[in-house]
Design a protein around this ligand. Structure first.
Ligand code: G3I
Length: 377
């Protein structure tokens, strides 16, 4: 019962912090920030990580975490776990000649640990953010296979016991069809490399086996997006999970990214959690953000009504996760990016306010009505 109450407190808080005045400066505000590694300043009365038994995480920038004291202070205060939004990817650690340069990633992991934060490893086998120059210099499947095995084995071994879990295979199927992602159905790019082109479907199982051999204690995840929206894609990911389980491949969890918006169907969220829970795997909500301008209108000005909808949607994610995923399978909730200013969505040039904190690192409790409303239920 205590766990249940803690969890519902988190639901309320997720909704609460999502509320923010139109200017995102109204209402009772609590200071974020603080000295590097210090706690959040201001009058923060509720702390996200204290409200839920499953870890509460955030996807973050290494550079901001290293250099911005408001950013790092708020992360330390509010969260249990960090995921590097870029720093632990192939392209950030592998040089054009195939050798490794881990100094920034070592610093990221050490900084997190020094601040009492656990680290979730993102990402071992993905088609984006690779060192495409190096990978395209390889000739034949054997060399590509060796490069992927060496990258995974080196990375997981290096951070063994420091990284508690890994996104081993990310976004392996395409939207709409659920087909295996290859260069035949997905776009090219300088940092894009489709492992399946030369290795076929088996690269997925091999990736899990190599990661497990390097660190048997780490929890290993398959991760994807739009699973609350695209039933074919959801079923395709679950099919792969079942294939891996049937082949005794060491897969422990599934990540659902949940880059969603205020119009995302609650029924779709419920259906997704029910199906993912039925796999028996750990379920990680791995990259939550909730857009309030999903059509990318420009100009765009946020309104109270839109913030209300956003709060409801953050709240529904937590409620549905709690309701549909058994306690033993809850790997936790991770929001993606700390503030609207550093959101990948805003960084890509769109006007939106998709995160829990505004650009001033302030948690704003714009409207308390949802709390009274919720508490009365
Ligand atoms: O390329 C530079 C590199 O030269 C430089 O050393 C480095 C220093 O920080 O920055 C690199 O810039 C960009 C990087 O973010 C850091 O800002 C990369 O060009 C850019 O591609 C990268 O974008 C990341 C994006 O994934 C790549 O697709 C975003 O930060 C990250 O938030 C986003 O996260 C993805 C998840 O990994 C998977 N799920 C979807 C999610 C959103 O796209």
């Amino acid at each position: 019962m205590i766990i249940r109450m803690q969890w519902y407190n988190l639901v309320v808080l997720l909704a609460l912090v999502s509320f923010s005045a139109c200017s995102k400066s109204g209402g009772t505000s609590t200071g974020g920030g603080g000295t590097g590694g210090g706690g959040g300043g201001g009058t923060t009365t509720v702390i996200l990580k204290n409200l839920a038994t499953p870890p509460v995480g955030v996807g973050i920038s290494y550079d901001l975490f290293k250099n911005n004291l408001s950013y790092s202070g708020l992360i330390k205060t509010q969260f249990d776990r960090v995921t590097a939004e870029y720093q632990m990817k192939h392209g950030a650690n592998v040089k054009n000649d195939g050798t490794y340069e881990f100094s920034r990633t070592d610093d990221f992991v050490n900084l997190a640990q020094a601040n009492g934060l656990s680290v979730f490893g993102h990402v071992l086998a993905w088609h984006q953010n690779n060192n495409g120059t190096y990978l395209r210099s390889l000739s034949g499947a054997a060399q590509v296979n060796s490069a992927l095995q060496n990258w995974i084995t080196t990375m997981v071994t290096r951070y063994k016991t420091k990284v508690t879990g890994w996104d081993v295979a990310n976004e392996v199927v395409v939207d709409g069809t659920g087909d295996l992602r290859t260069s035949a159905n997905s776009p090219a790019g300088s940092d894009v490399f489709y492992w399946a082109d030369q290795l076929g479907r088996n690269y997925i199982a091999d990736a899990f086996r190599w990661a497990n051999a390097a660190d048997p204690a780490a929890k290993l995840f398959i991760n994807d997006y739009n699973l609350e929206y695209d039933s074919r894609k959801l079923d395709s990911v679950i099919k792969i999970i079942n294939e891996l389980k049937a082949a005794s491949v060491p897969i422990h969890g599934v990540g659902t990214q949940m880059h969603i918006n205020i119009n995302t169907s609650n029924a779709g969220i419920d259906n997704m959690f029910q199906k993912l829970a039925a796999t028996g795997l750990l379920v990680h909500v791995s990259e939550i953000d909730v857009r309030i301008n999903p059509s990318s209108a420009s100009p765009f000005t946020p309104t109270t009504a839109l913030y209300d909808q956003q709060a409801q949607k953050f709240r529904y994610i937590a409620e549905s996760y709690f309701r549909n995923v058994p306690a033993a399978q809850r790997w936790g909730l991770t929001v993606w990016n700390l503030t609207d200013a550093d959101s990948w969505i805003v960084q890509s040039g769109k006007i939106d306010f998709p995160t829990l904190f505004d650009a001033g690192y302030i948690k704003n409790l714009r409207s308390l009505n949802i709390v009274q409303d919720y508490n009365n239920k």
